[in-house]
Write a protein that binds this ligand. Sequence first.
Ligand SMILES: Cc1cc2nc3c(=O)[nH]c(=O)nc-3n(C[C@H](O)[C@H](O)[C@H](O)COP(=O)(O)OP(=O)(O)OC[C@H]3O[C@@H](n4cnc5c(N)ncnc54)[C@H](O)[C@@H]3O)c2cc1C
Length: 493
Amino acid sequence: MNELSPEVEVCVVGGGSAGIGAALAAARAGRETVLIEAGGQLGGNAVRGGVHNWEPGVGGTAFPQEIYERLRRRPNAVTVWSFGRHWCWPHRNHPPFPGGEQLADRARTYADTLQRHGTRGLVADPDRVRKLWHGIVFEPDDYAAVVEEMLAETGCCHIWKNLRFASCEGASGRVGRIHAMRENGRRITIRAPHFIDATADGLLCRAAGCESLVGEDSHAAFREPSAPDHPRPRMINAVTLIYRITPRSQPAVEPLPAGIPAACWFRNDWGGGSIGEYACGDRNINMLPTMEGSEFLDFVEGGNDGFARAYAECRRRVLGHWHFLQVEYPEFQHFRLKWIAPTLGVRETRRIIGEYALTEQDLHQGLSGQRHHDIVAIADHALDIHGQGDRGTPDGCPELSEPYGIPFRCLVPKGWRNLLVAGRCASFSHIAASSCRLSRTMMDLGHAAGLAAAQAVRKGCAVGEIDIATLRASLAAQGATLAWRPRAEPLPA
Ligand SMILES: Cc1cc2nc3c(=O)[nH]c(=O)nc-3n(C[C@H](O)[C@H](O)[C@H](O)COP(=O)(O)OP(=O)(O)OC[C@H]3O[C@@H](n4cnc5c(N)ncnc54)[C@H](O)[C@@H]3O)c2cc1C
């Protein structure tokens, strides 16, 4: 297929976790697929945003596990981690550590990373957390290479990078074609019977005219017990610019660049972060957070290339933060700053209104209480909001007692026939999104969207008319976990 008049069966826009899952599923189902990605590398936030980490959680047994197995064949490309120190555990935080420490733990397996629920929380029960919470840290370039390899093996997935979705044409609940732009201004028009928006910001859906929400929803929106009486559209989860450090032979404090104050200028103190060890010994530093969501919105809505200005300000904060860590915690003098993520880690922007919205009630009912016929992914991460309106501080983070399911209808924009949305901008309430937005869950949702689009192409039907039992059976046959049974043995005390 060339770029002059591309016509495919499934067009996926956005090559992050969800887009990768969607393109892989559609192409493995034998559908001619194109994946367009604005950046020069696949992976989205999990690569260019610096989130080289999969948090503990259920699900993730299909494509994520396959990616993990392939990464294991590459030297130092991936490892499981376990908790080391944590600043909420004074009795274990020696020498004092500025946040949560995740240490490479080669004795653990992938299966160990598939649980978060059932603990009483990070602060309440550190021993159980150390025994039960394990995640994955991977090398981003290896991850991107593995994913491209998997897509290429399908023989029917075209990956077009450095191509930015710009606009779309359509009517009566159908997208007809989309227009995308090369950096040199060259316009490419893509026709397809089915489209999947995996841009994380719902860009294709919004261009098509789908309704969306932003910020805290009011109680009236979804009757959520913890929602405020009035919507607060500027209250979005905070933004973090992730950076990476590498060991150095001679301890030193790196000089603070000119123009960067040593004292924190944007809040009371520098705060800490989630600091994880890569297989090679480098560390990934996820400041919690770098910029409040509302401040980020002020930048991006303020025009004049607001995203680039927000990035520049976050970069200054990263340099200040790194200096603070080196001065206050001497162990960091054995490291040097190696890399700052090329794009901001944005946890939340707009969410598309779908045929169903996942809510706080779903999270608390769990699979045993939910009554949905169309669950296509499961998750169990706690409610996790950083920054203003924090619901993500270790002691404020309500852990769930069991996993919950995410219905397929969350991926169907309300009233649309050939458009699906996968990723953090799917149909979730603000509260529900704070839990389910993790990378592996987003990939699982992309998987479901890709299979659904493939089925819709085969049957020539609308996405809302596909056979859900077939979709769920295909997901299960491909390794996805859709049900949950309590462990036969109790969790370790
Ligand atoms: C700071 C931070 C820390 C996090 N920590 C963790 C963690 O430890 N563990 C975990 O599991 N999850 C974590 N998350 C959550 C998780 O990483 C994200 O929610 C998830 O990666 C979102 O996946 P996505 O596919 O929806 O979006 P993305 O990964 O953002 O992918 C969207 C893709 O669309 C592309 N795109 C955007 N616009 C266009 C366009 N116009 N044309 C073409 N392409 C376009 C982008 O370039 C990008 O590649 C974190 C998130 C953040 C921000």
